[in-house]
Design a protein around this ligand. Sequence first.
Ligand code: NAI
Length: 462
Amino acid sequence: MADYDVVVIGGGPGGYVCAIRAAQNGLKVACIEGRGALGGTCLNVGCIPSKALLHASEMLHEAEGNFRKMGIKASGLEVDVPQMIAYKQEAIDVNTKGIEFLFKKNKVTYVKGWAEIVAPGQVKVGDEVLNAKNIVIATGSEPAALKGVEVDEKRVVTSTGALELTSVPKKLVVIGAGVIGLELGSVWGRLGAEVTVVEYLDQITPGQDGEVVKHFQRILGKQGFKFVLGAAVQGVETLKTKLKVTYRLRKDDSEQTIDADVVLVATGRKPYTAGLGLDRLGVEMTDKGQIKTDGHWRTNIPGIYAIGDVIEGPMLAHKAEDEGMAAADVIAGRHGHVNYGVIPGVIYTAPEVASVGKTEEQLKAEGRKYKVGKFPFLANGRAKANLVSDGFVKILADAETDRVLGAHIIGPGAGDLIHEICVAMEFGAAAEDIAMTCHAHPTYSEAVREAALACGQGAIHA
Ligand code: NAI
């Protein structure tokens, strides 16, 4: 029986970061992971592999598109799907090995196997029981099942199977116009699939700023995406040579069908807590199956904490990482803090979509007085030169104090540009603070400064 200050269950971005931070805090730490590799969903079947395939497919898209205009004649381009999947696997392997190295460096014990909390302070893995002064549950999430749809991960796939297809489907139907549907739809669309997205709501990417959504949908449409909105998928029938997706249009309740070679189910994820023994321990849960925590990541059972996708909040790797660090600090008797008002969200399509803070719709609903500073990439020299000038930066600032309340970017490098605004918001900055900061020319970042200028005296180039 081994004794630890902290036993972290789950080796994903929340769990492994928590384990490293706890060790840096001078605690004796073990991290238990059952999937045979560290990094969780994000690294093994999520963020990293999807970004590898997004990158590869975008390269092809560029070569087929802008190359000619730039004076590069590329011919004989071919897609080798197995090689692309192998490249993706390499990206995964190099990163998972990296975490193992970090565990060794920080003296975190990596325990392989599935964990069960047999009693407060006791975690069982196989035949071994670890004594733990503190337990952190960081077991993540899994794709939510959709009634009437049976996933086989070959033809009817979740994000996991969509990262492992052996050839480009002719017709891909995506259920759900959320982040997963649009990112993985982009991958296979660029590689040649005809992509139709069936979405329950009347818009894509619910929760995003409305103006961005409209622009985004138009761009995706130009890229070949077809959208069926306001449609609730009822089921998927597996026939010998094709799949038949049935949906009901909400506006007239009519039933329609669409054929597909592959169906991607991307209708959300749910917390993964199976086998942990939480029922028996009496760990309080929300009605959505999340573990209830008290704002300091403590559950109702003393010594048991929870972070990441298993608790409330956006299911994002970086939110889990922040909670992992904060929980490790709280356990070490230090001050752990996460600013939930400044968590960026990025959709890694081309162009990228990034947001932080409030949307215009939220500010309106809250009755806040705000001003809008907008700047199009069409007026940004670098974006024009690089032929990626579709999109804009939009900054929302308090009408009286000028304090930045939110920002929404659709355009080149949006996922990186957003962080300048995150830092500004963390410091409680005004739009004028961003506007007065010298930005290098020529960069996409200048569009952020111009949007900040547009909150005040006005942008220079638009
Ligand atoms: P999501 O919640 O983003 O979108 C699911 C969509 O499916 C919604 O628009 C919903 O209205 C629709 N839907 C639900 N039931 C339906 C039905 N029966 N018929 C038609 N449409 C239906 O979920 P998604 O895309 O599966 O992502 C899961 C989680 O993973 C999210 O929390 C997301 O933030 C996270 N994620 C984040 C990424 C990123 O940050 N880049 C990348 C991938 C995932």
